[in-house]
Design a protein around this ligand. Structure first.
Ligand code: PMP
Length: 306
């Protein structure tokens, strides 16, 4: 198959791709009651290493909490399963997708007596928005869809059902000729991308929306805040950014496990800054790509070697 995956870990066992199946009456399929992670393994100077595995595992278990989902596999088991999947498939760099969801018991909305199913798959994945995007930036549109507010659904939990909003926003943008969307929160302030956090640069300082603003607590966001501060930048990680401020920003960029650090060159056909990757974005992006190639002592504790 095109994903080039032979083995998937599911419910405690390594299974062939073809055998890793669920029933059509799975609770999570009907009601979006799953939680998941997206993680990258980088081919570092000292071999394949998973970036911020501990932080992703923390978020995985935390995402399960509001749904009272009991993941019966501990950190050691999920870690060993993931490393073994990467080793078995001889992957040097890859994307890792752990997922937990309510399986089949009865189809009431209450997941009572539905088993919690857990699976992990890994596959090779390049630049999410394309190599060209990393260098020249993407053209985005402000979506007409708003983000669900954190009073409607726990937006800090990485829940499968939440991604219908991401899909609607992203597809609306692509239908209109853009690469990606920016989604505003209920009040109309900038929240995030469909699968990315967002940063703004003005007068050499960085701004990113507050965690209270219905956004995911992105692990790349956390990492980029730290990297930028290490480079000497002032980072405001509790900003409120209006739609108009997007247009007048010196620079904008997305962060995410899939998108890594992707410059934004236009919003709604308005050029941002010079209309290409800005110098602050470039410096942070370069530092990010350097450190995932060679963490050195400074970022050694962000990596779990396969
Ligand atoms: N926001 C949303 C809605 C996302 O899906 C993602 C991707 N997980 C992010 C932000 C970025 O998070 P991370 O850096 O942890 O991948």
């Amino acid at each position: 198959d095109e994903m080039d995956v032979d083995t998937i870990w599911m419910d405690g066992e390594f299974q062939d791709w073809d055998d890793a199946q669920v029933h059509v009456l799975t609770h999570g399929l009907h009601y979006g009651t799953g939680i998941f992670e997206g993680v990258r393994c980088y081919d570092t100077a000292d071999g394949p290493a998973v970036f911020r595995w501990d932080a992703h595992l923390d978020r995985f278990y935390e995402s399960a909490k509001p749904y009272e989902m009991d993941i019966e596999h501990d950190r050691e088991e999920l870690t060993e399963a993931t490393m073994e999947l990467i080793r078995r498939q001889d992957l040097e760099s890859c994307y890792i997708r752990p997922i937990a969801f309510y399986g089949y018991n009865s189809l009431g909305v209450s997941p009572k007596d539905c088993p919690t199913r857990v699976a992990i798959a890994c596959w090779p994945w390049g630049a999410y928005l394309g190599e060209e995007a990393l260098e020249n930036g993407v053209e985005v549109m402000v979506s007409s869809w708003r983000k669900h507010s954190s009073s409607q659904i726990p937006t800090n939990a990485k829940t499968t059902g939440l991604y219908v909003n991401s899909m609607l926003a992203g597809e609306e943008a692509r239908r209109n000729g853009y690469t990606e969307a920016i989604v505003l929160d209920k009040e109309g302030y900038v929240a995030e991308g469909p699968g990315e956090n967002i940063f703004m640069v003005n007068d050499g300082e960085l701004y990113t929306p507050a965690l209270s603003q219905s956004i995911l607590d992105g692990i790349t966001r956390q990492s980029v805040i730290e990297v930028a501060r290490d480079l000497g930048y002032t980072v405001h990680d509790d900003a409120t950014i209006s739609r108009g401020q997007l247009h007048t920003a010196d620079e904008l960029f997305f962060t995410g496990t899939a998108a890594e650090v992707t410059p934004i060159r236009q919003v709604d056909n308005v050029e941002i800054g010079s209309g290409t990757r800005g110098p602050v974005t470039e410096e942070i992006q370069q530092r990010f790509f350097d450190l995932v190639e060679d963490p050195g002592d400074e970022y050694a504790d962000w990596f779990t070697y396969v």
